[in-house]
Design a protein around this ligand. Structure first.
Ligand SMILES: NC(=O)c1ccc[n+]([C@@H]2O[C@H](COP(=O)([O-])OP(=O)(O)OC[C@H]3O[C@@H](n4cnc5c(N)ncnc54)[C@H](O)[C@@H]3O)[C@@H](O)[C@H]2O)c1
Length: 397
């Protein structure tokens, strides 16, 4: 019997436009899915670029009219891959039109927008929502989640997370990512969002309090770009000579308590010189510990404190053994044939399509309500930094 088709419309055709297009293009080739994804329509703002993008990635249609896309009765799933300030408007339009929605992270630039999205998702009962917290779907992170869930770490004492990049120096122009009206925040919503989600996912616990926080903008002014909104990530962007104000953080660091009693530290920076995409998570428990670093994404470090002390030490697990039950990799290559950044997105596309076809995802997928928990932590950390006080998560509704 022919599989049910899921017609997908993607809004946004630049960085995430490429990762998502690649995911929809490949997912059906590697995963056995209950439904068939169809790359129906790509929407964004620049018609010249869109035509080329659509032809290159195999989209059936392209348009600059995203609202029409949301209303198109042929579309089943709307994918929001645009800057943070439009997530709410686009996701809500799609949900009200009865579409399933997957949105890029952070859920929104502001807590108010995120709350409105959760409300719309609750109202649209037949619609599924998902959020692209793609690092959950690195096999090593999914394995860490499974190990903690199976009790291998026992009681958790410490969570240490840092997401460090260094592309935000003074030569980088005023992209939308440096303007709070578009991005909401800087490194915080961009990078801390990921590690908050990973920490929640791996520990299975929730943050109960932000105890203290620092928000720092080192570079206060940047070159203006010719293009409104500044969609280009840096190199090759046409600049004007005049400067504009950066209205977001370059770095945010904060300390937390978890409901289960663990303590945590989180750090995000775009000015961590030498670190390109250093997304790290460390969790220490009474029976063992794990360490993950995205720059070595195929590996999970594991310490088993329950074995004979003479033989204890960190073990590096190459998380490529599909036959032995490592998550996702059984659909890819033989062991030690490594995978990369794009696979997290393809793995997530496979889980979303499984759910839309009535099956279970390999590991839990974040929906809007789940991503709102991460958004609350983002909000609490900024409130804590600005008011120089601890913030209990129960204060944030
Ligand atoms: N999951 C991840 O690892 C990851 C990585 C990077 C970015 N992101 C998130 O993805 C989203 C997009 O980031 P990006 O890096 O792809 O940005 P980008 O600037 O590279 O691309 C933005 C795209 O959105 C389109 N766009 C902008 N405003 C629009 C509007 N009003 N209507 C329709 N289209 C519009 C632009 O034409 C462009 O195609 C952001 O929310 C960002 O936080 C996630």
């Amino acid at each position: 019997m022919a599989k049910k088709k899921i017609n997908i419309a993607l809004i946004g055709s630049k960085f995430m436009g490429r990762t998502h297009s690649n995911a929809y293009l490949k997912v059906n080739k590697f995963f056995d899915l209950p439904v068939e994804p169809v790359m129906h329509t790509i929407a964004a703002r620049d018609p010249k670029d869109l035509k080329k993008f659509s032809a290159r990635w195999g989209w059936e249609n392209w348009t600059t009219a995203w609202k029409e896309v949301c209303q198109n009765p042929e579309i089943d799933l709307v994918d929001v891959g645009t800057p943070n300030h439009v997530h709410a408007e686009q996701a809500i339009e799609a949900l009200e039109a009865g579409k399933h929605v997957v949105c890029e992270k952070p859920l929104a630039g502001t807590l108010d927008d995120a709350r409105a999205m959760v409300k719309a998702a609750k109202k649209a009962r037949k619609c599924q929502t998902f959020v692209w917290y793609n690092y959950r779907r690195c096999p090593a992170v999914a394995l860490a989640h499974q190990l903690v869930k199976s009790g291998k770490l026992g009681r958790i004492y410490h969570v240490r997370a840092a997401y460090l990049q260094d592309w935000g120096g003074p030569d980088t122009p005023l992209l939308w990512r440096f303007q709070s009206k578009f991005a909401g925040s800087g490194a915080h919503g961009d990078l801390n969002a990921h590690i908050i989600d990973m920490a929640r996912f791996v520990t299975g616990d929730e943050i109960s309090e932000v105890v203290g926080s620092i928000e720092q903008t080192f570079i206060k002014e940047r070159d203006l770009l010719e293009e409104a909104g500044g969609e280009i990530r840096g190199k090759g962007a046409k600049r004007r000579k005049t400067k504009g104000k950066s209205t977001v953080d370059d770095a945010v660091l904060f300390l937390t308590r978890f409901k289960g009693g663990a303590v945590g530290s989180f750090e995000a920076s775009r000015l961590s010189t030498g670190d390109k995409n250093r997304n790290r998570l460390e969790v220490h428990g009474e029976k063992g510990a794990i360490r993950f670093d995205f720059e070595r994404m195929n590996e999970l470090e594991w310490y088993d404190a329950t074995t004979d002390g003479k033989c204890q030490g960190w073990t590096t697990i190459n998380v490529t053994r599909g036959d032995d039950g490592h998550p996702y990799v059984g659909s890819w290559w033989p062991q030690s044939h490594l995978i990369g950044y794009e696979h997290g997105f393809i793995n997530q596309a496979s889980d979303m399509l499984k759910v839309l076809g009535g099956r279970k995802p390999e590991v839990a997928l974040p929906d809007f309500a789940d991503a709102f928990e991460t958004q609350k932590v983002l909000h609490a950390a900024i409130e804590s930094a600005r008011n120089r006080c601890p913030i209990k998560l129960s204060q944030i509704k």
